[in-house]
Design a protein around this ligand. Structure first.
Ligand SMILES: Cc1cc2nc3c(=O)[nH]c(=O)nc-3n(C[C@H](O)[C@H](O)[C@H](O)COP(=O)(O)OP(=O)(O)OC[C@H]3O[C@@H](n4cnc5c(N)ncnc54)[C@H](O)[C@@H]3O)c2cc1C
Length: 540
């Protein structure tokens, strides 16, 4: 099939593009974007900063890094053959298996030869001839018609600005930049800073082997059991037989999960019935605590407080030291106010005599020294410090790529007050540029909505080729509509402003909602409208 470039020439007499599509990022989104671009007959290349495939599942290789989406609901669903040949070992797979899976996909579909690793994009400039010139850290420069940044929402690790961080003489690592040679924990004095999803996965995984483990907590989180287990052979057979039905259910689901929503509100039940229901939810898998709970969980404060009280009782019943238990119970937000972590043995780990908790609201960190961490409560010495301090969520990677629009304006300037997007896919003034899986799109199980976005983009490129268009750009009014929807709906149904979904963990970052509060159905509805309207107003 003809590439866009050969079909249309470069149009301006200036040197044209080397390729049709340049994808950035070899995570689950970028791999799929590359695959469908090639399938559609475009010439395409993928650049990746890391040395291998996997994105999140390449960088986050700390012990017990794992899904809290069910493995088979997160996996690709575009190929039944792929789905049938890859048997996930656990309902919630761990990082090594996920990384193996993504490498398997890349090899099965012969994508590796289109990928360049160790190539971090540092500049991307669009010129009037309709070409993106993209420079990378490996010294290369490529000219592409379309730039698709599948650079992830959780791909730029964040370190808090603690004095002396570089002075520590022991081993220091961020969970999101974990070294490929495993860190030796046995017999070591270990500090973990941060109680987000990564920190609370790591603690129970190493608590049994370390000499001591100190968890530094700024904010307690509502942790509930992941309830992971191996997938039995009967379940494997059931998954294969039910592939189409499962895909249909996922496609119809608001958040891309299989969990069925409950059919009633909290106070329709008596306290006894509520506690029995909560117990069932507590024992159910992963995100069902949010998606299968009472329907008013996140909209009625009193309802939310009931579920929180149930969890608080659980924490008090598991953690033997009452003071530690109290410190582990969140006081500043309700359930779902922040992204809830799912755990295996996290609270139980505190019953291990070598595990302790430092509450940073009582004794803040003053500095890191050569030998340890000094708080207002004194110095503790360590061999290993783990920074489980999260990411510059949503916009972090996109704002570090040197993206410049035709008038010379940079994306950093355009988004100085927070992102402005259409469907979390594109923005006005930056033609032929897309960012699937980026800010404003996110709505639950990541690959489900990011895959929709990739399909929308690829279909648009095919339409352009078929109809002789050279440029696609969202009209300002459409971008404004989506951005306003995100901002206004966030106030009604979104996470708390203290959540990293508002960028609140990064000092100086504008406090703007960074995910999609309308969920996947709204995304699909608007995409369908644009396609039905033949991309009216978008194409030139
Ligand atoms: C520990 C952890 C657990 C998670 N668990 C789940 C889960 O269970 N379910 C779920 O739905 N989501 C989960 N997530 C969210 C997760 O990020 C997404 O599911 C998914 O990985 C996003 O895929 P992606 O391809 O869009 O981005 P990523 O996987 O983040 O990949 C982006 C890639 O782009 C590369 N990149 C970035 N900037 C550049 C540049 N300038 N030049 C070149 N390359 C660049 C990065 O190196 C990275 O490899 C989790 C995240 C973390 C950190």
């Amino acid at each position: 099939m003809e590439s866009l470039e050969t079909a249309h020439g470069n149009g301006s007499g200036r040197p044209g593009a080397d390729i049709d599509v340049l994808v950035v990022g070899a995570g689950i989104t970028g791999i799929y974007q590359l695959y469908i671009a090639l399938e559609a007959g475009f010439s395409a290349t993928l650049l990746e900063a890391g040395a291998g495939v996997g994105g999140t599942w390449y960088w986050n290789r700390y012990p017990e890094a794992r899904f809290d989406s069910e493995s088979y609901t997160y996996a690709y669903l575009f190929s039944k053959e792929l789905f049938e040949e890859w048997e996930w070992q656990e309902h919630f797979a761990a990082q090594p298996e996920i990384e193996r899976y993504l490498n398997h996909v890349v090899d099965k579909f012969d994508l590796r030869r289109h990928m360049q690793f160790g190539a971090k994009v540092t500049s991307a400039v669009y010129d009037e001839s309709g070409v993106w010139t993209v420079g990378a850290s490996d010294g290369t420069e490529r000219r592409a018609r379309f730039l698709i940044a599948a650079t992830g929402v959780l791909s730029v690790p964040y370190f808090p600005d603690v004095p002396g961080r570089e002075d520590f003489h022991g081993v220091s690592a961020h969970t999101g930049l974990w070294p490929s040679t495993p860190i030796e924990f046995a017999g070591k004095r270990v500090a973990v800073i941060g109680t987000g999803s990564s920190g609370v996965q790591l603690v129970p995984a190493i608590a049994g082997e370390v000499a001591s483990l100190t968890m530094y907590q700024r904010t307690a989180n509502w942790c509930t059991p992941l309830n992971n287990r191996p997938i039995t052979s009967e379940e494997q057979a059931g998954l294969k037989a039910g592939f189409e039905a499962m895909r249909d259910t996922l496609n119809a689901s608001r958040s891309g999960f299989l969990h069925l929503p409950a059919n009633r509100t909290t106070f329709e039940d008596s306290k006894e019935e509520r506690w029995a229901f909560y117990e069932k939810i507590w024992r159910s898998p992963g995100f069902s605590k949010l998606s299968s709970n009472y329907t008013d969980l996140t909209t009625d404060k009193a309802a939310n407080a009931e579920w929180c009280e149930f969890i608080a009782e659980k924490i008090r019943s598991i953690v033997k030291d009452p003071e530690t238990a109290e410190r582990l119970i969140p006081k500043d937000h309700g359930y779902g106010g922040k992204r809830p972590p799912y755990v295996t043995g996290y609270y139980e780990a505190y019953n291990n005599p070598n595990v302790s908790l430092v509450d940073l609201t009582e004794t803040p960190i003053l500095r890191v020294t050569e030998t340890g961490i000094e708080t207002a409560g004194g110095l503790r010495e360590f061999d290993v410090i783990v920074w489980a301090t999260g990411f510059d969520f949503g916009t972090g990677a996109l704002l570090r790529m040197g993206i410049r629009r035709r008038q010379g304006l940079e994306l950093e300037q355009y988004w100085a007050d927070g992102p402005r997007t259409f469907l979390g896919i594109m923005c006005h003034g930056f033609p032929n540029f897309f960012f699937p899986g980026g800010p404003h799109g996110s709505a639950g199980n990541n690959p489900r909505y990011a895959g929709d976005q990739s399909d929308f983009i690829n279909d648009a490129l095919v339409y352009m080729r078929d109809h002789g268009y050279r440029s696609i750009e969202v009209p300002a009014a459409k971008e404004d509509e989506w951005t306003t929807m995100v901002d206004t709906l966030a106030m009604k149904v979104g996470f708390d402003e203290s959540s990293y979904f508002y960028g609140s963990n990064v000092p100086g970052k504008p406090r703007r909602y960074l995910i999609n509060p309308a969920g996947r159905p709204k995304l699909l509805e608007i995409m369908a409208e644009v396609v039905k309207g033949d991309y009216k107003g978008f194409l030139a």
